[in-house]
Structure formats: structure tokens, C-alpha cells
Design a protein around this ligand. Structure first.
Ligand code: 5GP
Length: 193
């Protein structure tokens, strides 16, 4: 049987990845959306409702899963750890299912080394230069200067991943509808049906 595709959505914090992934969930209910593990505490409302994104684990339980080789990749992001459960992804790929997964760049880098090139598709969401993202972040609410500087340093690292991606989506302010349409075009073009 032909193996499925693993489509990764990556992009800097604040690039709008979450909104685009929610859109894809609606459009492609037949895709597998793996549930990541994280040590981050749940945000209000996150535990309920459809489209569960995370299993929330203690740091000890997460470390145990690392030791047992349960993650296909894992990374530290800010104060927290995030990881992709290996069994869920490998079983789905082997069964010829297509997977859509959002993650940060260190994890995407690891998956590039593990998943055969022809099965992996990396889509980078580009929300423009730091100044524009900073404006969005500030508009969403007050943020300490120190935190803003950390975000900028992370942005500088994250934007370098753009050249590694197979596709880049322009999601600057006012481009959301175009970004959604382009994303659908790309997903339709790579899916194994
Ligand atoms: P948040 O805490 O805002 O939900 O996510 C923080 C970051 O972790 C985001 O960039 C998100 O894409 C990333 N992330 C979510 N799940 C995973 C995962 O399974 N592995 C890795 N490496 N990153 C993840």
C-alpha cells in the first residue's frame, strides 16, 4: 500500500498557524491531526470541545515518554516541552493516511531527518517582518519588554527555517483569505488519495 504524506505547518509565533490549521481541520476532516504531548498547562477551554490538540503531561511523565522512545520528535519551547507521539504518526502513514501536523522548527528539523523525503511536505507560514509581528503581539495585549526581546530572538531563529520549506504562504495582515485559498491548493496538490 502507498504510504501517506506528512504535511507540517511551521512558522514563527504569531504567524497565524493556529487559525490556518483550524481552517484545514474544517476543510479536511479525513486527515489525521496527531495529538501532541506537552508539559504546558491547559489554557481556558482547551481541554474541551472538538479538535483536541494536546495531551497535557507532567514534566516527569514527559521525561518518562522520552526515555521509552515514545516520541518521533520532541523539543523545548519557552519553558515547556512538546512532542509528537511516534505510534500515532507511523501507524497512520503505514496505513496510507495523510497527516497534518503543526509544530515548531526544532521538531520539524528532526522529522526531516526521520521521515522519507518523498513523504514529507513542509509549509511555512510567513507573517512578514518582525516589526509587523511585534505590532500584532502588542495589539493583542500588554507584554513586558523582556518577553518581547525573547520573542524577537526566537523570531530571528525561526525565520531562517523559511528556506528549508517546500512551500511558503504569505499571511501578512489582510492576507488571510488568500492564505487559506493558497493553502488549500497546496494541500490538494500533495495529498495521496
Ligand atoms: P502553544 O503552547 O502555543 O500551543 O505551542 C507552542 C509551540 O509549540 C507552537 O509553535 C506549536 O506549533 C509547537 N508545537 C505544538 N505541538 C508540537 C509538537 O508535537 N512538537 C513540537 N516540536 N512542537 C509543537
Amino acid at each position: 500500500m502507498q504510504q501517506g504524506k506528512l504535511i507540517l505547518i511551521v512558522g514563527p509565533s504569531g504567524s497565524g498557524k493556529g487559525t490556518l490549521v483550524a481552517f484545514l481541520r474544517e476543510q479536511y476532516p479525513e486527515l489525521v491531526f496527531p495529538i501532541s504531548c506537552t508539559t504546558r498547562v491547559p489554557r481556558p477551554g482547551e481541554e474541551n470541545g472538538s479538535g483536541k490538540k494536546y495531551h497535557h503531561l507532567s514534566k516527569e511523565a514527559f521525561a518518562q515518554d522520552i526515555a521509552e522512545g515514545k516520541f518521533l520528535e520532541w523539543a523545548q519551547y519557552g519553558e515547556n516541552y512538546y512532542g509528537t507521539p511516534k505510534a500515532e504518526v507511523m501507524d497512520a502513514l503505514a496505513a496510507g493516511k495523510n497527516i497534518l501536523h503543526e509544530l515548531e522548527m526544532q521538531g520539524a528539523e528532526q522529522l526531516r531527518a526521520k521521515v522519507p523525503h518523498e513523504q514529507l511536505v513542509i509549509i511555512f507560514i510567513d507573517a512578514g517582518p518582525w516589526e509587523e509581528l511585534k505590532r500584532r503581539i502588542i495589539e493583542r495585549g500588554h507584554m513586558q519588554d523582556e518577553e518581547l526581546q525573547k520573542r524577537e530572538a526566537r523570531y530571528i531563529k525561526e525565520i531562517t527555517f523559511k528556506q528549508e520549506a517546500d512551500f511558503i504562504i504569505d499571511n501578512r495582515n489582510g492576507k488571510l483569505d488568500e492564505a487559506k485559498a493558497r493553502l488549500k491548493e497546496i494541500v490538494n496538490s500533495v495529498l495521496i488519495r
